[in-house]
Design a protein around this ligand. Structure first.
Ligand code: FPP
Length: 622
């Protein structure tokens, strides 16, 4: 790694964001000098704070370095504010809050008087970063101020997850620049574990400094393995127990950081950055192991020779990889409009809209909260038969089916449903004719690119496996997931290349891996552990499972979630249904008595419909 030197103007010109349409390496002309100075400061802050991170950023394409400096500098500033031991806890927390609130204000005006925020605001607007996802990380920084303790590894890992949004911002930058740091869904676990490994490395490195501030950021579960270790560490004593604990933890961190499959299939430049990060951290762990008692006094660092051995070939590899991939940086952007600035309403690209009304003016029935299903899952069947009936080719049935899927989303929003899951393509659907498969997948991709769901308050998610799916579809699905992750009214999960047995098998495999790694005791595995390892652990049980197309089967759809679902089968072909059919299904559900295995609450001969719902069954009075 290079020794700390001041950045030259030429370096900075090459790295600062170019204006749209110009070659990325050309120095930006007319760029605001205060912005250039702000990015320069961020670069300097990154280098001084963490030379390893600075070296990693140098492995990135030139256009991505300034936004990475801005992100890193912002994280460092927040960390420093939280760590300023000259101030009382409450004062430090207030400083962190004040900085983040100022950032919110700066984002709405598009500039800042504070240089780090100035660069960060430019980065966020230019690269369309959603900084709201960092809120969790900021809250965690505030918690750190208040002194952290973790009972076990599970709690500790949950804390590490607050780092993920920072790393996700960098992934988003790669994607925006045109070199996605693709992480296939089956590697998400590796990714999280890698971040755990990075955090553990950091904690072990800074152990001495943290202890002088009274912080011991390790889970009690780990400390208890060596009974006197915690006491020794807190007293600043190096003992056989502390040495054994540190040895065990460095081995664990090394294991977490070694995830060769994580970068499989990734752009070679992006893979080089991640693999080099892993090598540098393993070297850091070697330094921790070799430090002995001095670990409690100062942060150990790998030798210059070791870092050069890792970084020199990485620079060559990444230089070559990026030279083969031309990347562009977006030009500066003004902030999206806010309510307080209606004069710029036309520029708004993030304002959420209500769903379009039903063409016939139909309105949803009023269903009380306790009668509302939390989660409706739909098997959209009958597209092919609909097409046949209308003497159209089968693909037309799927196109018409897409419009019906939109209708369901509109209806779900209007009636206040929180979770809607649609079965769009099953693992069994690969048996169909290639042309039909392409039509279905292409219809979904096109819908994601220009779809009418874009401006609704809908969090879109994908459930299924990426194998065999076209890469553009996988990227579009992940993009929409990221773009809509903070929306709250409805979670729409679209199942594509999904199979219930496949999901169960993969979940069991993930649990087996954890057991094999010693992270979970196989004898103690319960239903909750299984549920936590499902691809979307927060997905609630299905209350109502509806299938159109006059078939009465569940076809490998959500077996784990739908064990207690009420079933609803209707004869219409999917393209013939609209939001009123969803409301009808929910109305019928609201009349059913759900017992989940318990004894009936009222006489089984007759149910009691809610007062507001007109009941057409023969037992109810008209
Ligand atoms: C089953 O009908 C339908 C499918 C396998 C495809 C469903 C996909 C869509 C409706 C597109 C969804 C789009 C979005 C935006 C979620 P079938 O072909 O089995 O009909 P058949 O039983 O009459 O042959």
């Amino acid at each position: 790694m290079r020794a700390t030197t001041k950045p030259t103007t030429a370096d900075l010109d090459a790295a600062l964001p170019a204006q749209r349409g110009r070659p990325a390496r050309r120095p930006p002309t007319g760029e605001d000098p205060s912005l250039r100075a702000a990015y320069r400061l961020c670069r300097h802050t990154t280098r001084v704070h963490d030379s390893g991170i600075h070296a990693l950023i140098q492995l990135m394409p030139t256009v991505l370095r300034p936004p990475c400096w801005a992100l890193w500098a912002a994280a460092s500033v927040l960390d420093d504010l939280a760590d300023q031991r000259d101030a009382e806890q409450a004062e430090r927390a207030a400083r962190v809050e004040a900085w983040t609130q100022a950032l919110q204000r700066d984002l709405t005006v598009g500039t800042s008087t504070d240089p780090v925020r100035h660069a960060l605001v430019d980065t966020a607007l230019r690269w369309r970063l959603d900084l709201s996802s960092l809120q969790g990380a900021v809250t965690s920084t505030l918690d750190d101020v208040r002194d952290r303790r973790f009972a076990d590894w599970a709690e500790w890992r949950a804390w590490c997850e607050t780092l993920v949004p920072w790393v996700d911002q960098v992934r988003h930058l790669f994607e925006q620049a045109g070199a996605p740091m693709t992480l296939r869904l089956d590697r998400q676990q590796d990714y999280k574990r890698f971040i755990d490994g990075a955090q553990l490395t950091d904690i072990l490195t800074d152990l001495g400094a943290d202890l002088t501030q009274g912080l011991l950021l390790l889970p009690q579960e780990a400390l208890d393995t060596y009974p006197s270790a915690e006491d020794d560490l807190r007293q600043g004593r190096w003992s056989p127990a502390t040495a054994a604990l540190i040895r065990e933890l460095t081995a664990l961190a090394r294991q977490w950081l070694t995830r060769p499959a994580m970068t499989t299939g990734m752009h070679p430049g992006a893979a080089t950055v991640l693999n080099t990060a892993a090598c540098l951290m393993r070297a850091q762990l070697d330094a921790v192991d070799g430090a002995g008692p001095t670990l409690l006094k100062r942060a150990p660092r790998p030798s210059l020779a070791t870092r050069t051995r890792i970084l020199a070939p990485a620079r060559l590899r990444s230089g070559l990889a990026w030279s083969l991939t031309p990347l562009t940086a977006p030009g500066p952007r003004r902030p999206a409009v806010t309510k307080s600035d209606p004069s710029r309403a036309a520029e708004a690209d993030t304002a959420l809209q209500p769903p379009p009304p039903h063409p016939g003016g139909a309105r949803p029935p009023q269903i009380t909260l306790d009668q509302m299903p939390a989660h409706v899952a739909v098997i959209m069947d009958g597209n092919g038969r609909w097409a046949q009936q209308h003497r159209l080719p089968r693909p037309e049935g799927h196109r018409a089916g897409t419009a019906a899927a939109h209708e369901m989303v509109y209806g779900a929003l209007e009636i206040g449903l929180r979770h809607l899951t649609l079965y769009a393509f099953s693992t069994e659907n690969w048996k169909r004719d290639t042309g039909e498969i392409t039509t279905i997948l292409e219809a979904i991709r096109r819908d994601l690119d220009d779809g009418p769901l874009r401006d609704l308050d809908v969090r879109q998610r994908w459930l299924g496996h990426p194998d065999k799916l076209p890469d553009e579809l996988v990227q579009a699905l992940l993009r929409e997931e990221r773009r809509t992750r903070n929306r709250t009214a409805l979670t729409l999960t679209v199942c594509i290349n999904y199979g219930g047995r496949d999901e169960i098998t993969r979940t069991a495999a993930a649990l087996a891996q954890e057991a094999h790694a010693g992270d979970i005791d196989p004898h103690l595995i319960g239903e909750d552990d299984f549920a936590r390892h499902l691809p979307h652990p927060d997905m609630p049980d299905v209350d109502l499972l509806w299938r159109t197309g006059n078939e009465q089967r569940t076809s490998n759809f959500l077996p784990w979630h739908a064990t207690y679902a009420e079933l609803h089968f209707t004869p219409d072909h999917w393209p013939d249904v609209d939001r009123r059919d969803l409301w009808q299904a929910i109305t019928e559900y609201s009349r059913r008595q759900r017992r989940h295995g318990a004894a009936p609450l009222v006489s089984p001969e007759h149910h009691r419909p809610p007062r507001h719902v007109r009941c057409d069954c023969r037992s109810c009075p008209p």
